[in-house]
Design a protein around this ligand. Structure first.
Ligand SMILES: NC(=O)c1ccc[n+]([C@@H]2O[C@H](COP(=O)([O-])OP(=O)(O)OC[C@H]3O[C@@H](n4cnc5c(N)ncnc54)[C@H](OP(=O)(O)O)[C@@H]3O)[C@@H](O)[C@H]2O)c1
Length: 286
């Protein structure tokens, strides 16, 4: 049984905390108060009553910290680390994007595990979450990755290591960067059936492919067509999280999903004008 602290009691954090609490000692580090967890999963309802803290001063060292805040809330999440991190504690950063390794520079790289998660979950009320299907988790191979995967042995989340995490992360970014088309048109996945919108999606992904390759990812030219194809095959009414946050007038992860391509592109001398322009329009309309 491992001692695990989950920072963030949202959709991902609440779901993972509920699953892990079935077999581990879980502390949930929340910003807003809640009493317990109830997750409607494809296998039925699971419940958990982990220790819930809302004051970082009460945090004590654990074996693993799982950060599940949105990418723009890392500064707030970091406040918890002083209490939670002991000399052996490892930090798993479970967030979108390709910069999971860099978001907590105060933690040594050798104890930071970047995590890609594909788990469609939605919070309906504090501590109440709907998990739409079983998900997957991907981490780099190696001792830390294997130890992280082992935490999920008794859950229905399929966790696995990958020998090429960089490629896996950029492939996910290719899908995510194209989601800005839905946000700006305020149209769900069906927008990919519009040939003009689909061509804009391909353009965003082509920039992602060029920058991703410069960052060491192995990405096929076909990925641009594939992202459009995958989107047309999704449920026509499915709404990506950037779109959902944008229409709800919440802060979005546009920096981690689009502006990162511009930033890393500049490092390599690769322009990403489409991602830059669409991110600018999204920010200007917020
Ligand atoms: N949801 C999905 O289906 C899904 C799928 C794949 C990847 N992801 C990625 O996973 C990450 C988390 O997404 P999410 O959907 O779980 O977001 P979310 O539902 O908004 O949850 C984020 C949680 O972090 C909490 N938080 C923020 N600052 C905090 C702090 N200083 N201390 C403690 N908690 C803090 C928020 O508190 P409040 O309760 O006060 O808001 C919220 O409960 C994102 O990068 C997202 O892109 C999500």
């Amino acid at each position: 049984m491992a001692r695990i602290a989950v920072i963030g009691a949202g959709a991902i954090g609440g779901t993972l905390a509920a699953w892990l609490a079935q077999t581990h000692d879980v502390t949930l580090c929340a910003r807003s108060p809640l009493t317990d967890l109830e997750v409607e999963t494809p296998e039925g309802v699971i419940r958990a009553a982990p220790l819930i803290l809302t004051d970082p001063a009460e945090a004590a060292p654990v074996d693993w910290v799982l950060c599940t805040t949105k990418t723009y809330d890392c500064a707030g999440a970091a406040v918890w680390l002083d209490g939670l991190m002991g000399p052996e504690t490892r930090l798993a950063v479970i967030q979108n994007g390709v910069e999971q390794r860099d978001r907590f520079p105060q933690v040594p790289q050798g104890r930071t595990v970047p995590v890609i998660i594909d788990l469609p979950v939605e919070r309906t009320a504090p501590g109440r979450i709907v998990q739409r299907r079983n998900g997957t988790i991907s981490v780099p191979e190696g001792a830390n990755g294997e130890a992280f995967v082992a935490l999920f042995a008794e859950t229905i989340v399929a966790a696995a290591t990958t020998p090429d995490f960089v490629t896996a992360a950029w492939k996910k970014l290719a899908i995510n960067c194209s989601g800005i088309v839905s946000a700006l048109t305020r149209r769900p996945a069906e927008v990919a059936n519009d040939p003009h919108a689909a061509e804009v999606m391909r353009g965003l992904v082509r920039e992602c492919i060029a920058v991703g390759r410069a960052e060491g990812a192995t990405l096929s030219d076909r990925l641009a067509d594939l992202v459009v194809e995958w989107t047309t095959r999704a449920h026509p009414q499915s709404v990506n999280s950037l779109h959902a946050d944008f229409v709800a007038k919440r802060q979005t992860e546009v920096d981690a999903r689009n502006l990162v391509i511009v930033r890393l592109g500049e490092k390599h001398g690769i322009p990403a004008p489409l991602n830059r322009a669409m991110a600018a329009l999204l920010l200007a309309s917020g």
